[in-house]
Design a protein around this ligand. Structure first.
Ligand code: TXA
Ligand code: MG
Length: 339
């Protein structure tokens, strides 16, 4: 796969091709949001079901009205506080615009990325009449998101050109706030904390489950109106998964489990803050930073590295309870699902 410049990428995108590009969160697999054929290529290349909506990336807040009909006051406050940056807002979609990208839903996810190359690319696309880029993370459906151009190459080999912006600074995907339900609902935690989001909005941020319960309470128990909680594919239980089964354990448990393994040649990788001792030469230990941001930044690269080593198992130390770890905890909990 070739590396392309921003100008080359913009030409390709304006011609309906797809291009991977760096953002500050993870690499995206981009295409013109209003070109159904380009959007179809994204779904096909990613192997993603076409009813799972894609985020539309825009160059600034002024582009919102092109895609969305209405911006509630709390959503505007989020945009003002965090754009450009690692935040996606779900808004009511303008009819006839980016329908395929939205997976047919009446809403649209919008994000203005902060990475200078993503900004330059969106500006160059805008000059060519492309108002937004649909871009899911540039990985095969359900896999770990790429945080370097090399990761993108590992996912798609020669299929997709890439705008190489180095290693992503944030490292986990954007926080997603659904702004279509009258109250803000967090669909996916990211590096922005609940506290930061609530402070900017001046109101409480509900979780998807809290909002679901809220609706269910409001409905008659026998009502035919009983609803399914809306889901984002990033909220599927098993997602962001490395190849090797991943298990979360506290530091003490990790050492006990290692003692049980003893000198046996179990091909195992461990990611932990607690210093650990092992007699096995086959155990690969990687120190987790004490800091949530530093951990988020390296998380997906660490999981990819473990897989590349061909380990049979991954053990990860459980994360602190505090809010700044929510995004990392969410990804690791999903990665451990089913183990
Ligand atoms: O940081 C990010 O958000 C990265 C970079 C490339 O910007 N993108 C990303 O996209 O993570 P993706 O497609 O892997 O995850 C997008 C999530 C999915 O869980 C999707 O279901 C949800 O956003 N989403 C997008 N539009 C939506 C909508 N209209 N309603 C509900 N969920 C939506
Ligand atoms: Mg993804």
């Amino acid at each position: 796969m070739s590396t392309v410049t921003v100008e080359q990428a913009a030409d390709l995108l304006a011609a309906g091709e797809i291009v991977a590009f760096a953002t500050e969160t993870v690499y995206g697999l981009g295409g013109d949001a209003t070109n159904d054929a380009a959007v179809g290529k994204i779904f096909a290349t990613k192997g993603r079901p076409s009813d799972h909506p894609l985020i539309v990336h825009v160059s600034d807040a002024a582009a919102v009205s092109h895609f969305a009909t209405q911006v509630p006051a709390f959503a505007q406050r989020l945009i003002d506080a965090f754009w450009p940056g690692p935040l996606t807002v779900i808004l009511p979609r303008r009819e006839g615009v980016a329908r395929a990208s939205a997976g047919g839903q009446g809403s649209v996810g919008l994000r203005c990325p902060a990475h200078p190359l993503a900004q330059a690319l969106l500006a160059a696309c805008s000059e060519r009449g492309v108002r937004g880029l649909s871009a899911p993370s540039a990985n095969k459906f359900g896999k770990v998101s790429p945080t370097t151009a090399q990761h993108v190459r590992e996912e798609f080999a020669d299929e997709v050109p890439v705008v190489d912006g180095g290693a992503c600074e944030v490292g986990i995907e954007s926080s997603i706030v659904d702004c279509t339900r009258g109250v803000p609902v967090l669909l996916r935690p990211g590096i922005l904390t609940r506290q930061q989001l609530e402070q900017a909005m001046g109101c409480k941020l509900l979780s998807n489950d809290e909002h679901f319960e809220h609706i269910q309470c409001a409905l008659d128990a026998d009502s035919a109106l009983k609803t399914e909680a809306p889901r984002a594919s990033g909220t599927l239980e098993a997602h962001y998964a490395p190849r090797a089964p991943l298990r979360l354990m506290n530091g003490k448990m990790l050492q006990t489990a290692l003692d049980v393994v003893g000198a046996e040649q179990v091909h195992l990788a461990i990611y932990a803050r607690t210093p650990l001792k092992t007699a096995s030469s086959q155990v690969h230990i990687r120190r987790m930073p004490e800091d949530a941001r530093a951990t988020a930044q390296q998380l997906f690269a660490v999981l990819r590295d473990f897989d590349a080593r061909g380990v049979q198992l991954i053990w990860v130390e459980a994360l602190p309870d505090s809010g700044e770890w929510d995004g990392v905890r969410d990804r690791l909990t999903r990665a451990s699902h089913g183990v």
